[in-house]
Design a protein around this ligand. Structure first.
Ligand SMILES: [Zn+2]
Length: 130
């Protein structure tokens, strides 16, 4: 474990600290965190999808039709046959509720898409952000 003694404070001719030099091996360790601070982006990736809640949703499935994993964005027409598949998935699951609600976020246009599952049909709703 390196200590703060590895840091080198760069001073001007009046002795005021102007910058801090960090050894490259330490910089490599802190770079993702430092960049997130400098760029104003969160250090961690987006919150994980609620897959466990989705599994509960499927386990409680007692509707009169099979579950369809297809999702369509009514705003930008992005679509997928199965939101769980593919390298570039156009939708993120943001909420799941075993009562029948699934909420997706369109990665392309940020629209929120709600699939409300009822006994005989699915009701679709969406709301646009921004
Ligand atoms: Zn969209």
């Amino acid at each position: 474990m390196k200590t703060a003694q590895s840091l080198c404070y760069v001073c001007d001719d009046k002795g005021r600290t102007m910058a801090v030099q960090v050894p490259l091996d330490i910089w490599r360790q802190i770079e993702p965190l430092a960049r997130s601070v400098l760029c104003g982006k969160p250090a961690v990736a987006e919150t994980p999808e609620p897959i466990q809640a989705f599994d509960e949703f499927l386990q409680h499935w007692d509707f009169r039709y099979p579950y369809s994993p297809a999702v369509v964005c009514p705003v930008c027409n992005a679509s997928t046959q199965d939101w769980r598949m593919g390298d570039v998935r156009p939708f993120r699951l943001v909420n799941a509720n075993f009562g029948g609600l699934l909420v997706f976020r369109c990665k392309q246009c940020d629209t929120t898409i709600r699939q409300k599952h009822f006994r005989d049909h699915v009701a679709l709703e969406h709301s646009v952000h921004g």
